[in-house]
Design a protein around this ligand. Structure first.
Ligand SMILES: [Zn+2]
Length: 191
């Protein structure tokens, strides 16, 4: 998280729109962090003004996507039918770009996203900046003990961390020190 996935997706959709391609942005409808009617880049709150639809299952909108040239799916890991929907649409000639986390805060793969790896043309893995040391961050730390996989939240719940800080964080001996640093971090970079 914090790697700019939504920003990258919006940029892709905006460029497609400039190229006169009809683009539909698809967001997960239970993801209401900043707005319910548009995809908003989580941290900088950058708004996307193109056509947007929200749903909880992609199958709900399958009969209305045919008029578009490109589907841009945000937070793909939340959709239980991401893999089947994308395969079916892409095989039918649709261009699809998916922004998604590939793994959860336990570094376990999100199944729907992992299944899609085998059926897509390319993958770009973005990295964030580790909130603890400033290195490249490829993992996510969740700062509460609830173990359910899907718990929607921003920097209040999740922080991007690098490999060594992730390993340090999950080592009990360093927990107090790291918790103190994270407690000062409010998601805006301010302390
Ligand atoms: Zn780090």
């Amino acid at each position: 998280m914090g790697a700019g996935k939504t920003t990258e997706l919006q940029r892709f959709a905006e460029r497609a729109t400039i190229a006169k391609r009809k683009c539909l942005m698809i967001k997960y409808s239970e993801d209401t962090r900043y707005t319910t009617d548009a995809v908003v880049q989580t941290h900088a709150k950058r708004r996307y003004d193109g056509e947007t639809v929200a749903c909880t299952k992609l199958a709900e909108i399958s009969d209305r996507v045919a008029e578009y040239d490109l589907l841009a799916i945000d937070e793909g890991q939340f959709f239980g039918d991401l893999n089947s929907f994308c395969r079916e649409q892409a095989d039918g000639g649709m261009d699809i770009v998916v922004a998604a986390l590939d793994g959860n805060f336990k570094r376990e793969g999100f199944e729907q996203v992992n299944l899609l790896y085998a059926a897509c043309e390319s993958v770009e893995k973005l990295s964030a900046i580790c909130v603890l040391c400033g290195d490249e961050a490829s993992f996510t730390h969740r700062n509460i003990s609830d173990q359910q996989e899907v718990l929607i939240g921003g920097m209040d719940l999740y922080q991007p961390v690098c490999r060594s800080c992730y390993c340090e964080k999950v080592t009990a001996t360093n927990r107090a020190r790291v918790d103190a640093i994270l407690a000062k971090y409010d998601g805006t970079g301010r302390e």
